[in-house]
Design a protein around this ligand. Structure first.
Ligand SMILES: [Mg+2]
Length: 292
């Protein structure tokens, strides 16, 4: 299958593997680890630009709130990066995979590893749960809540950290990383998942990941806390449809089978657009890439 992504590459850092993918993404001091990594590199190279980078990350650790507002290093225009992220999340900018503005690469990393991503995710999930509580379920087992998988319930941030760029290499490194089964749950959607099950919804996962990854994916999901579901739908190994068409078709099949789709949550607009999208859709934050 031809990649839908452009060939541009946005470098997160110059040396790879400063952070272990086994590190607890949402609890460990990942900023501290990255800072230490750069300190070692700076000692070795004594390059001025690297020194600036160390200083940038060090201040991010010490003053995370000031970090985005202070003009230093590559974050000389963070307000422009905030505008860019807003335009991405509102679906005004499309087809930007691997086209993150160079001066926003650090900003995106700090956002994904910082408290704002967690706050944004929590708000989305809180709103989703408030809606879920108001749904009048029939109890016949046909009321479903759809979750996307990658960067909706399982985080791919360690993949990008390990790779050292925002490039999404679906045909090679992403598959290899996925098969290791080390993706971690995004805490806010794991919590939402548990709570909508308690309310009585059946869970349907629809993922653009191909069936050939199903074994490692299922193991990864269970280890991350996603232990039950009504259906787990992968993309066929040879299926060429773009995400919107693929997901619309699978949702249509669910509806034709008698399921009622109430909530539908995903990190990509193509999880939430097309047909049979459900009664309410909820967009998780993801400024890292765009899936057409
Ligand atoms: Mg996704």
């Amino acid at each position: 299958m031809a990649s839908h992504y452009s060939s541009g590459k946005v470098v997160i850092y110059e040396k790879t593997k400063p952070v272990s993918t086994k590190q607890d993404l949402f609890n460990d001091d990942i900023y501290g680890t990255i800072s230490l990594h750069y300190t070692i590199l700076a000692t070795q190279n004594m390059g001025f630009s690297l020194f600036i980078l160390v200083a940038t990350i060090a201040t991010a650790v010490a003053f995370p709130m000031n970090h985005l507002a202070m003009p230093h290093g590559r974050l000389t225009d963070s307000s422009a990066c905030l505008s860019w992220r807003w335009a991405v999340e509102t679906n005004n900018i499309k087809y930007y995979s691997n086209e993150i503005p160079d001066n926003c690469s650090d900003y995106i990393l700090s956002y994904m590893l910082g408290s704002q991503f967690r706050k944004d995710s929590k708000l989305v999930c809180d709103v989703a749960y408030e809606y879920a509580k108001g749904v009048n379920l029939t109890g016949d087992g046909m009321d479903v809540w759809i979750f996307d998988v990658d960067d909706t319930i399982l985080s791919c941030v360690p993949y990008f950290l390990e790779q050292g760029s925002w490039e999404l290499n679906i045909q090679s490194t992403l598959g290899e990383w996925t098969r290791r089964g080390e993706a971690q749950a995004i805490p806010e959607t794991l919590n939402l998942y548990k709570k909508v099950i308690e309310l009585g919804f059946k869970i349907v996962f629809i993922t653009g990941m191909h069936e050939q990854e199903s074994e490692s994916r299922i193991k990864n999901l269970k280890e991350a806390g996603f232990t039950e579901w009504e259906k787990l739908i992968f993309k066929g190994n040879n299926e060429l449809a773009y995400a919107e068409e693929f997901k619309s078709n699978r949702r249509r099949e669910l509806v034709e089978a008698g399921y009622r789709i109430w909530g539908n949550i995903g990190d990509q607009w193509t999880d939430l657009t097309g047909t049979h999208v459900g009664d309410r859709t909820f967009k998780m934050p993801n400024p890292m890439y765009y899936v057409p």
